[in-house]
Design a protein. Structure first.
Length: 194
């Protein structure tokens, strides 16, 4: 079996292999849920066996604090429920190449290497490079809110590179998105208080 995986559950509009980003704007329902302090998320089938995951959360911390947590590999191990390994393979101005190893119900270790293009405190765009996922593209956006708060919106497209039933993949992603955004909120709010 293959080694490891990484699904980045900190993301919001997608860059599909060199094409323009497909910006997603949270719906009024998503924003209303986030304003109540809850995570809003949805995972649905997309074209060609790809799964689409979207989520939004409002965080009681500044974009600077949220950014620092989102871009810290050690914090990723606490944020992404299935993450068993995070390693920065390359770092240049404006981007990083990151490897994640995830434990999933489908395989003990799924490996994913992706490029993370960064607009500090505003946006992270994820583009698959290699690994056990056939598709892994996404975006996180950070929006400054009144009172030093931040809204994080995520959109991710993912498809395993091995046989996996769509409903099982969607169930896995639901847990990753809902728990990942809730964990990001917890970690960033704790960092803001320290």
């Amino acid at each position: 079996m293959r080694q490891g995986l990484r699904i980045v559950v900190v993301v919001a509009a997608i860059s599909v292999m060199g094409t323009a980003a497909l910006a997603w704007t949270p719906t009024p329902d998503a924003i209303a849920t986030a304003q109540k302090g809850k995570v809003w998320f949805v995972v649905t089938p997309d074209q060609g066996g790809v799964q689409l995951a979207r989520g939004v959360v409002d965080i009681n911390a500044s974009p600077a604090v949220v950014w620092k947590v989102m871009t810290d590999c050690a914090a990723q191990l606490r944020i992404i429920p299935s993450n068993r390994g995070c390693r920065v393979l390359d770092r240049k101005p404006g981007y990083e190449v990151i490897e994640h190893i995830l434990k999933t119900p489908l395989m003990p270790n799924v490996r994913s290497v992706f490029r993370q293009d960064e607009e500090p405190q505003k946006r992270i765009v994820i583009t698959r490079i290699e690994g056990d996922l056939k598709v892994l593209n996404g975006e996180y956006t950070l929006q400054a809110l009144p009172g030093g708060r931040t809204r994080v919106a995520q959109e991710m497209r993912m498809q395993p590179g091995f046989p996996a039933p769509g409903p099982m993949v969607r169930d896995f992603l639901r847990g990753e998105v809902s728990n990942g955004l809730a964990n990001l909120k917890r970690e960033a709010e704790a960092a803001a208080k320290s």
